[in-house]
Design a protein around this ligand. Structure first.
Ligand code: NAG
Ligand code: NAG
Ligand code: NAG
Length: 175
């Protein structure tokens, strides 16, 4: 009886969650290396596991120890093509990972850190993985307008752009 009641409540809760659900999912991932003697992407792929859940898997080899990395990030929103939207950031990756002192970057970092092998200080070297990462709207402090977005990241190693990653995602508020 209790078990059945619990199950009913769980089903009800799930139904409710589904009704008020937001869609927050990756729609495309593109990884490019400009210098394969530094960075080589073995895998950069999305896999849909359900209608609104898409995993990102990334396997990248860093052929030389990285002690100096800057990341340039730009958030874009689609309106007749992708246009810069709200944020653009540029930060020192080795410094951020030591101090975690930038709230905006920390927000993004907190979304995916547990899915990656990157949770340690510099240097980074060898194989790095992001495994079955997916976007979770409950990790966002505020909803964003419904739309299609793109996060463009340029990875600058020893002052030279070495790689670029584009992650496309969509956000749909309250279906
Ligand atoms: C790639 O990096 C290596 C090592 O730093 C450097 O010798 C080479 O010139 C770079 N190649 C290009 C195309 O920038
Ligand atoms: C990542 O790529 C390397 C090189 O292709 C491969 O040896 C390794 O098994 C891959 N790792 C995972 C977890 O897919
Ligand atoms: C990441 O590293 C920090 C500091 O070393 C640690 O407190 C935290 O628990 C780690 N998180 C994960 C998900 O491994």
């Amino acid at each position: 009886m209790t078990v059945r009641l619990t199950i009913s409540i769980l089903l009800l809760l799930q139904l409710q969650l589904q009704c008020s659900a937001t869609v927050f999912k990756l729609t495309n991932a593109v990884c490019e290396s400009f210098n394969k003697s530094w960075v080589e992407f073995e895998l950069c792929r999305l896999r849909a596991v359900s209608r609104h859940k898409v995993y990102l898997n990334l396997n990248v080899t860093l052929h030389q120890p990285i002690n100096d990395i800057h990341i340039k990030g730009q958030l874009m929103k689609k309106e007749n093509g992708y246009k810069p939207w709200l944020y653009s950031v540029s930060f020192n990756g080795c410094q951020f990972i030591r101090r975690r002192n930038n709230p905006l970057i920390k927000l993004v970092w907190d979304l995916f850190k547990e899915y990656s092998t990157l949770n340690h200080t510099c240097p980074y070297v060898g194989q790095q993985l992001i495994k079955d990462f997916y976007l979770r709207s409950e990790k966002l402090p505020t909803p964003i307008p419904t739309g299609e977005y793109l996060v463009q990241l340029t990875w600058i190693i020893n002052k030279k752009p070495i790689a670029a990653t584009n992650f496309y995602f969509m956000f749909v508020e309250d279906l």
